[in-house]
Design a protein around this ligand. Structure first.
Ligand code: ADP
Length: 628
């Protein structure tokens, strides 16, 4: 235990060092947020002690009242945030204030650009926390004693925020943590009573513990509680301002951008609980890490129980932040017990519906906000179409797509699409492609465009599963325009070309013969107008785009040959059908097929062969008259 008493100097983890630099630089114009962060941490520490005290009442000892005080000293130019919460042991202190535990931090830091505004936003998504103290302080001193440990097992942590910190053992009579900031020259405002009081009222009014203000230079002045000290969600909606809701969100999420919207509800009756759910305005840096902590903060009868209770909402709503305060769950509930609790199923489905309704309301009333939401979280919400069959209609209404009607932005709803489709159109047409450029230029769209039929252009990885799971919308099935026989709506000029098929019979037969190793068959197309040819998959085969995704993820799929569709009105095909030389016919047919495959984004099985064919063709050009 000898090294437990000595003073040690330790280096910050590289990520902490980078974060500190960035924070000081990019949050300079938002300096004051540090106070909200430190009071939030103090409140979390009090919450944690109250929770641990449920199982081990001795931890609260002779100091059962949990509180926070903010002490300013105008002469010494210091500001301290003090709590009598859970405190930290030596090991916890080194881990918590020397490293960053979030996975993906390194990747996150790489995104930083040096542009102050942009970086400030990014850091907001990351969550600022304790290190924000260094925006206003050139030295920070933390003294802490973990609940349950003796006075001489306390520790002091000190740093100037450069690259190192020191740790030493101290004696501390009080349980909990005191964070003292030695203010920088330009941060003198934060040791003035009126300024500090204003900030606490503004940012931390909703903290559920009393926050007292203390002037260290005036022993006669009594400490004064300056916040309302009631849990915000227990107050009624009518007495809460938007500002208060926003501040509570920031305390909860450590995000310092405003949320887009929220929903605050009390459910009474058989199961009683209150929920307050927020939709953030920007995605967190670890949104795509499926193992990242997510979920609501759980309270039971106002006692904090756990962070990140993921049981209350499905994975596809992982962007929602908020709290749920249940009256009827047992106080000693663990994650495992919670998972099995009979009330959970109904609470989860009610909360899920609440979020979906909140989104529907935003889509209807605040189009601009919904656009922001969709940009940040749309891809995640799409997972709901696949994973939540019970709510699939609600989710489908919330989806937004790019279509041949728009400019390439994902901003059209299925209702928008249906509104424009003629009554006689009994299908919802879609095209899957790698990106919007390829989708918009796809030969598969030609016939539909000519007939004025709108097509959804789907380019997200998850899209094939979305249309598959939805199956239909409003009674109309989804139809892949690159698969099977394309049936265009009756009356819109159905391109029946039976006569044409008949006339081309010998040509088709010849093509089928020379291409038999590469295609299932060759047919006259109903979907082409300008392009000479395209490939399509059979109706019961995988869509080629989906096949590429699956193959890229390492799945072995049975081999399948596409159908080649030709546009007999195209001069290239006219020329080909009149080609007398068998060798040339074979070469040109293969090139037509190669190009159809390339146009839809497929890889050629034998690119070298293709290059050889093209070279032969180019050589022919060379000997043509006029080519020099
Ligand atoms: P975050 O609060 O987002 O986890 P911070 O950087 O603010 O990140 O804090 C890191 C950790 O340090 C916290 O998770 C907590 O465990 C610990 N900590 C910070 N402040 C206190 C405090 N006042 N009392 C006890 N623990 C604290």
């Amino acid at each position: 235990m000898s090294d437990n008493t000595s003073r040690e100097t330790l280096g910050f983890q590289t990520e902490v060092r980078q974060l500190l630099q960035l924070m000081i630089h990019s949050l300079y114009s938002n300096k004051e947020i540090f106070l909200r962060e430190l009071i939030s941490n103090a409140s979390d520490a009090a919450d944690k002690l109250r929770f641990e005290g449920l199982a081990e009442p001795g931890l609260l000892g002779d100091e059962p009242e949990l509180s926070i005080s903010v002490e300013y000293d105008d002469k010494a130019r210091t500001l301290s945030v003090i709590d009598n919460g859970i405190g930290m042991s030596r090991e916890e202190l080194i881990d918590n204030l020397g490293t960053i535990a979030k996975s993906g931090t390194t990747e996150f830091l790489k995104q930083m650009s040096g542009d102050q505004l942009k970086d400030a936003r990014l850091i907001g998504q990351f969550g600022v926390g304790f290190y924000s103290a260094f925006i206003v302080a050139d030295k920070v001193s933390v003294e802490t004693r973990r609940a349950g440990l003796d006075a001489d097992q306390a520790v002091r942590w000190e740093s100037d925020g450069e690259g190192e910190f020191t740790i030493e053992s101290i004696t501390r009579s009080q349980r909990g943590t005191s964070v003292t900031l030695h203010l920088k020259d330009d941060a003198g405002e934060f040791c003035k009573g009126s300024r500090v009081e204003h900030l606490i009222r503004r940012y931390s009014d909703h903290i559920a513990f009393p926050v007292a203000l203390v002037d260290r230079n005036d022993a006669d002045k009594e400490p004064r509680v300056v916040n309302s000290a009631t849990a915000l969600w227990t107050r009624s909606r009518s007495e809460l301002s938007d500002e208060e809701y926003r501040e509570f969100y920031k305390h909860l999420s450590h995000d310092f951008t405003d949320p887009l919207t929220w929903s605050h509800n009390r459910v009474e009756g058989k199961r009683e609980y209150t929920s307050l759910l927020y939709i953030p305005s920007s995605a967190p840096f670890d949104l795509w890490n499926r193992d990242a902590p997510r979920g609501l903060k759980l309270y039971i009868q106002r006692v904090f129980i756990m962070d990140d209770a993921e049981q209350f909402l499905p994975l596809y709503l992982r962007f929602v932040k908020g709290i749920v305060d249940a009256s009827d769950l047992p106080l000693n509930v663990s994650r495992e017990l919670l998972q099995q609790h009979p009330d959970l199923v109904s609470m989860r489905s009610a909360l899920t519906r609440r979020v979906l309704d909140m989104l529907a309301k935003m889509a209807a009333k605040k189009a601009g906000d919904y656009e922001t939401f969709w940009r940040e979280f749309g891809q995640v919400l799409k997972e709901g179409a696949v994973e939540d069959p019970a709510n699939k209609d609600k989710v489908a209404k919330l989806l937004r797509f790019a279509t041949t009607h728009g400019e390439g932005k994902q901003d059209q709803s299925l209702d928008d699409y249906m509104g424009r489709a003629g009554k006689e159109q009994d299908k919802i047409y879609y095209l899957l492609a790698e990106n919007h450029l390829m989708a918009a230029a796809s030969p598969h769209l030609e016939g539909l465009k000519k007939n004025g039929i709108e097509v959804l252009l789907l380019t997200d990885r998850i899209d094939p599963w979305v249309v598959e799971s939805l199956g239909e919308y409003d009674g109309k099935p989804f139809e892949d325009v690159a698969r099977g026989d394309l049936e265009l709506p009756e009356g819109e000029g159905k391109l029946t070309q039976d006569a044409n098929d008949q006339a081309n019979k010998p040509f088709l037969k010849k093509l089928r013969r020379v291409l038999k190793d590469r295609v299932a068959t060759v047919t006259v197309s109903r979907r082409l107008v300008e392009s000479p040819a395209c490939v399509v998959a059979a109706a019961d085969e995988l869509n080629p785009q989906l096949r590429r995704i699956l193959e890229a993820s390492g799945q072995e799929l049975p081999e399948s040959k596409p159908t080649l569709e030709i546009n007999t009105g195209h001069p290239l095909l006219t020329k080909l059908s009149a080609e007398p030389d068998d060798k040339r016919f074979e070469m040109l047919s293969n090139i037509v097929l190669d190009h159809a495959l390339l146009a839809e984004g497929s890889q050629l099985e034998n690119p070298a062969e293709y290059v050889r064919r093209m070279n032969d063709l180019l050589l022919e050009l060379d000997s043509a008259p006029g080519s020099g």
